[in-house]
Ligand binder design. Structure first.
Ligand code: GLC
Ligand code: GLC
Length: 814
């Protein structure tokens, strides 16, 4: 069953039924001002940091699930009836409902008793505000006399505090109303130099800023007393809950349309110029007024929207493909790339499943996110790399997370996730492969943000590598620390205290438990680092890295192979995890995917064996589960992984993030059929027809799909913010379609399904447009290339001569 459809030409998903199984959301803004918006206009906005600069209020885990948003009400002043064109919160039986989620905007609306109303929500580029462009049309045969009410509930900035510290919060709310603009200025009188505002383009019949006056006692947003009455209370908030609501009267002749624009924004003033007059307590509005005036004009709002569209046209044009599979095309060309922007911006902080108050930017997560983002805005990728590396510790270790507002490592969570440092190597390598910008390695970058501690970034990578060599366990495999990629495999935790954090508690010294996953990651990162060293003419150093890589490869062969697949780990007692000898958790996906993609066992058949075992024991029609058999009870020595009921999350859920590792591994062994088959199983577009089961958005990846041990097998959860976005993008574009960035230029090495006759692609790379056409002549993966008609050896396209704008690359597969 579907709840809408893709409109690929417009790059939109069109939801045609408001009561989707879960809220289906979109992101507004992609620079500093951000909003989340659901298909019924739920959601909230913030500036840079979803916890510390929350602009509007949202109530997570509510009933209904999605509550709090950018709600509009329309009241028919003849009948006194009122409704919301976005369906929520009044939930009237509206007609012609649709929500078009596009690239950085959403258009939501419907028709009710002949009155059509649609709102286009978006954030203009380079501005800290959002625009709601409401168009109301009278399709009746008679004139309509309407009242429009807007509403937004302001958050008192720190979202955590806002939802807990009521004894203070109920007394601090402050607003100003000037020329019909509502200014939210809670705490501006003291240490804040920022405020929010909510403006309207039309002449106001009234306004409200106190929630209780608007909603009325013992009522909710579905039936605000002011809307019912048809008249604002002109309330001025003092304490309690400041809101913004405008009332506009609208008379429409038959067939007539009118537009009203609302602008919600964030503004900062220099500390010395906070007030106007200077000795008053009145917000200085000198610099904000022109901004507001500008976007209340329809022509300016339209121009800003066109600019946003053009921006996304440009970003997406960098990589476009035309394959025989519509789901591949749609995800690569539109939605997967778009989701990579969201994960780059949000890391794992603000979605409808991440509350925006918990996590900062993950060191591991954000480095991996670069894999799917770096080609779009390399300069921002570079900045992110430097920010991440600046939080690295002198030991080469890393804080697990950092706070985006302060860019400092998060002390509460700390470090000792022993995989973390290697992801920096992967991220930097991806950046250089894309851009050819080697200068990043010379950039002076501090440790733990300490001024004076700077070394060239290159040394950070060296220390990352060394970090593991300094922490090898009894078998010569990397010690796991608090956890590796799998945050929930906590082999040194031994927690028997309810509520204790599995991520920050370490009850064992950690000198025994080892991770084969980190071993695989080490092999990959070591090769990347060696290649970088080699290019910089540090030949001896490169050799030394490759010696360590070879040693680790041998150690994996010796102590990390279980007979039919790669082991997962050794626990604190030196016992195997992820072995046939185990009662539960005999085989895990992570080492199968990662060891093979790093190249371990490619030559001696272990890789193939591991992948066969993966197919046999872990593959389901909804994707590949994390391990089998699921843990049926809590194991003190394994930690959080066994805290989940079987089939969910890390306990045998289909943790989508690691599925692409197996796709890449299949590509490495030359099996394009398997690779693309796995790709299709979790591709959300390919799952659109089972939206009633899948339940999450069909246009973006979710972190997890319930595994076969769960009663809800096939149901997705935690959409949007997941490493799945970047890894799937990387798997399909670089490994299956084989359009690979390398230190030497673009390589073409497709491992596509045998049934495909070929495909076309356009890739803009280092200033040149590559027009790529691949034709399949035989069943294999051997490629022969011509560039502008001339045959080239191997699969690397030579860097085109200076000034070249476009080249044509043809490849035949035999
Ligand atoms: C979450 C975390 C990620 C981790 C994964 C597996 O997605 O954000 O860092 O690797 O879970 O535990
Ligand atoms: C929880 C989640 C896991 C996530 C971790 C990060 O353990 O299950 O997916 O990576 O939290 O803190």
């Amino acid at each position: 069953m579907q709840f809408g459809h893709f409109d690929d030409a417009n790059r939109e998903y069109v939801i045609t039924q408001p009561d989707t199984p879960l809220p289906w959301i979109n992101y507004l803004g992609c620079q500093a001002y951000f909003g989340l918006i659901s298909n019924t206009a739920g959601g909230y906005s913030f500036y840079r940091d979803a916890r510390l600069r929350r602009i509007s209020r949202y109530r997570y885990n509510n009933v209904p699930f999605d509550f709090g948003g950018r709600y509009l009400y329309i009241r028919d002043n003849q009948s006194s009836e009122f409704w919301s064109p976005s369906w929520q919160p009044t939930r009237n039986q509206v007609e012609k409902y649709s929500c078009r989620h596009g690239m950085g905007y959403s258009i939501i609306g419907s028709e009710y008793k002949g009155i059509e109303a649609r709102t286009r929500y978006f954030v203009p580029l380079d501005e800290n505000l959002e625009i709601w462009q409401l168009t109301v049309t009278n399709h009746r045969k008679t004139a309509a006399s309407l009242s429009i009410f807007s509403s937004i509930e302001f958050c008192l900035w720190d979202a955590q505090d806002d939802s807990t510290n009521f004894q203070r919060n109920f007394s601090i709310g402050q607003v100003e109303i000037e020329d019909g603009v509502i200014y939210h200025k809670t705490e501006y009188r003291e240490r804040r130099d920022h405020f929010a505002y909510f403006a309207c383009s039309a002449k106001l019949a009234g306004y409200d800023t106190q929630r209780d006056s608007f909603v009325g006692p013992y009522r909710s947003w579905d039936k605000p007393v002011v809307v019912e009455r048809g008249e604002s209370a002109n309330s001025v908030a003092h304490g309690w809950a400041p809101i913004g609501s405008h009332h506009v009267k609208l008379d429409l002749k038959p067939g007539e349309s009118q537009q009203i624009i609302f602008v919600l924004g964030y503004h900062e003033n220099p500390v010395a110029e906070k007030f106007d007059p200077p000795d008053s307590q009145i917000v200085n509005k000198k610099t904000v007024k022109p901004v507001i005036a500008k976007y209340l004009k329809a022509a300016n709002a339209d121009a800003a929207f066109d600019r946003l569209r053009a921006y996304w046209d440009e970003l997406l044009s960098i990589c476009q493909v035309e394959t025989p599979d519509v789901h591949t095309n749609r995800m690569v060309n539109i939605w997967n790339a778009y989701q990579c922007m969201a994960t780059f911006n949000m890391s794992r902080s603000a979605s409808f499943y991440e509350s925006g108050i918990g996590r900062g930017l993950g060191f591991r997560d954000s480095n991996q996110d670069l894999l799917g983002f770096v080609h779009m805005v390399p300069s921002r990728a570079r900045e992110r790399i430097v920010d991440l590396a600046s939080t690295q510790l002198p030991t080469g270790g890393a804080y697990h997370q950092y706070q985006p507002l302060t860019k400092r490592g998060n002390n509460d969570v700390g470090g000792n996730f022993n995989d973390d440092p290697h992801w920096l190597i992967i991220g930097v390598s991806a950046y250089i492969k894309e851009t050819g910008d080697w200068s990043i390695l010379d950039e002076p970058v501090p440790y733990d943000n300490q001024p004076g501690s700077e070394t060239p970034l290159y040394e950070h990578l060296q220390r990352s590598f060394q970090y593991t060599l300094d922490r090898l366990g009894p078998h010569g495999l990397p010690l796991i620390g608090r956890a590796d990629w799998n945050d929930c495999l906590n082999l040194n935790c031994f927690s028997d205290t309810p509520g204790q954090s599995f991520q920050t508690t370490t009850n064992k010294e950690g000198k025994v438990a080892e991770s084969i996953f980190i071993a695989g990651l080490f092999v990959l990162a070591g090769q990347e680092l060696a290649a970088i060293a080699d290019h910089r003419c540090h030949k001896d150093e490169a050799k030394r890295y490759l010696v360590e890589v070879k040693k680790m490869d041998e150690t994996i062969h010796k102590y990390g192979w279980d007979g039919e697949w790669f082991l997962r780990a050794y626990d604190d007692f030196g016992k195997k995890v992820g072995s046939n000898e185990c009662e539960e958790g005999k085989i895990f996906i992570e080492p199968q995917g990662f060891c093979v993609l790093a190249g371990v066992g490619l030559e001696d058949g272990l890789a193939k064996k591991a992948l066969d075992s993966t197919r046999k024991h872990l593959a389901t029609k909804h994707g590949i589960v994390l391990q089998q058999p699921a843990y049926s009870r809590y194991y003190l020595h394994l930690g959080e992984i066994s805290s989940y009921p079987p089939g969910y999350k890390e306990n045998a859920g289909i943790f989508c993030h690691n599925n692409p590792w197996v796709m890449i591994a299949e590509a490495k062994v030359g099996n394009g059929d398997n690779a693309h088959d796995y790709y299709s199983r979790i591709n959300p577009s390919a799952r659109e027809a089972i939206s009633d089961l899948h339940r999450c958005e069909p246009y973006v990846y979710s972190q997890m799909i319930a595994g076969k041990d769960a009663p809800t097998h096939g149901e997705a959860k935690n959409s949007w913010l997941t490493g799945t976005a970047a890894w799937n993008y990387y798997a399909i574009v670089q490994q299956i379609l084989g359009i690979q960035t390398s230190l030497d230029g673009l390589q073409i090495a497709p491992v596509i399904p045998t049934s495909w006759k070929g495909f076309k692609a356009t890739r803009k790379y280092r200033g040149v447009t590559y027009k790529i056409e691949i034709e399949r002549l035989g069943k294999g993966n051997n490629i022969a290339l011509t560039v502008d008609g001339k045959k080239v050896d191997g699969n690397t396209v030579p860097i085109p001569a200076n000034g070249t704008k476009e080249i044509t690359v043809r490849g035949t597969l035999t």
